[in-house]
Design a protein around this ligand. Structure first.
Ligand SMILES: Cc1cc2nc3c(=O)[nH]c(=O)nc-3n(C[C@H](O)[C@H](O)[C@H](O)COP(=O)(O)OP(=O)(O)OC[C@H]3O[C@@H](n4cnc5c(N)ncnc54)[C@H](O)[C@@H]3O)c2cc1C
Length: 380
């Protein structure tokens, strides 16, 4: 019997952990290398679309995610000032029946912990910042900032929007700063002083918006995320905090419900919003990119992590039963299968019109990464 593949995954974010769990399902040995010293629970929410939930179900995480997340009746879209409804995208049971999985609103830390729970601790190496990659006759040789080295049959780089592997392989241009920023935070709903807010609403303003939703099943925690112009701000880091009074000022004329949520908000993170045009290539030999490393997008469809999670499922199907000599072709099949969809989501996200008016969402939420047809491999 052929030796099982041994794959190094760079980055233990959403994409890296989902990939580790999905590859283990098909008998592939994985080691995940993460630069951080530990996993930290940072204040943000994340919408987990039905398409992502179909992947998480097969990774054995559905029950856990349902138990920890909020199950909204809809994603409502309202006018910033009048509160008039522009389009109410109904989720809940009817959408679950139609798309084959629930739409959940989670704490980002809960989703990350769920994915981490699907990967044994001994497969994850923290404090391993990748600094070099070399394809040799024995496999791909990896070097790390801490002096460690490793050899793997292949490498999946899920190292995020500023991927060093992407730069090593393709020397790509810098990321596109959109000139816009997001404030975001989660906080205890008790700070709302008993005032009930909508399940999940995007409040559409003229040049800015704010999305507010619960992230716990008992409505005990609230999340808000904004988008507004601030050209020149380029920090993307969880250590960058924002000024809550600036945030309140920026949404001054908004509907009373928005102002109430901002009044109660104790602190915020501030984040530059970036994206990138689709890349010409994702893989080179036995090294491929995955997730934000190859298709970063603005967060306006709430699909960035969902795309990385879908990638994981499709990659596992492409690699199933493949030996080391077949990996490069499997990676090109992965790219050919995924790129049309991720490019479409990147382009659609950039327009920031998703669900603003009546929208047919079937192509996004109806997708099933476990059964979508696999494409012919892209040319080498
Ligand atoms: C404001 C905002 C809101 C969002 N909301 C949603 C949402 O509601 N739903 C949704 O689906 N998506 C959302 N997203 C997008 C989502 O956060 C990303 O698409 C997703 O995190 C990408 O996952 P990833 O694994 O590719 O990258 P990341 O999660 O960024 O993980 C990359 C990992 O690689 C590690 N790393 C980097 N370089 C190295 C190195 N050299 N060596 C070792 N490790 C390394 C990093 O430390 C990190 O852990 C949002 C994004 C933003 C900015």
């Amino acid at each position: 019997m052929a030796k099982p593949l041994n794959i190094a995954i760079i980055g233990a974010g959403m994409g890296g952990l989902a990939t580790a769990a999905a590859l283990r399902r098909v008998g592939i040995a994985v080691t995940v290398y993460e630069q951080a010293q530990q996993f930290t629970r940072l204040g943000a929410g994340i919408q987990v679309g039905c398409n992502a939930m179909k992947v998480l179900r097969k990774l054995g995480l559905e029950e856990r995610m349902r138990g920890q997340s909020f199950y909204p009746r809809s994603w409502n879209n309202r006018d910033w000032r009048t509160g008039d409804i522009k389009f109410d995208m109904i989720f809940g049971e009817s959408a679950e029946a139609k798309f084959g999985a629930p739409y959940l609103l989670a704490h980002r830390g809960d989703l990350h912990e769920a994915l981490a729970s699907a990967v044994p601790d001994e497969c994850v190496r923290l404090s391993h910042k990748l600094t070099g990659l070399d394809e040799t006759a024995d496999g791909v040789r990896l070097t790390f900032a801490n002096g460690a080295t490793a050899v793997a049959d292949a490498v999946v780089a899920a190292d995020g929007v500023h991927s060093v592997v992407r730069d090593m392989l393709f020397g790509t241009s810098p990321v596109n700063f959109t000139g816009r920023i997001a404030y975001r935070t989660t906080y205890p709903a008790s700070l709302l002083n008993g005032e009930r807010i909508d399940d999940c609403t995007k409040w559409w303003g003229e040049d800015r918006h704010i999305v507010i939703y619960y992230v716990k099943p008992d409505r005990s925690e609230v999340y808000l995320v904004t988008s507004q112009p601030e050209p020149g701000f380029t920090v993307e880091s969880w250590s960058a905090t924002g000024d809550v009074s600036e945030l309140r000022k920026a949404f001054d004329g908004f509907h009373p419900q928005v102002r109430h949520v901002l009044e109660a908000c104790p602190s915020v993170h501030k984040w530059a919003l970036v994206d990138r045009d689709p890349l010409p290539r994702w893989s080179d030999g036995n090294i491929t990119l995955l997730g934000d490393a190859c298709h970063p997008m603005t967060p306006y469809m709430a699909q960035g992590a969902a795309m990385a999670i879908e990638d994981a499922a499709v990659l596992s199907r492409c690699l199933k039963g493949v030996d080391r000599d077949g990996v490069a072709e499997a990676f090109r099949r992965f790219e050919a299968t995924r790129k049309p969809r991720t490019s479409r989501v990147q382009a659609s996200s950039r327009t920031n019109t998703w669900l603003k008016n009546p929208t047919d969402p079937d192509w996004v939420y109806g997708y099933d990464a476990w059964t979508a047809p696999l494409a012919e491999p892209a040319l080498a």
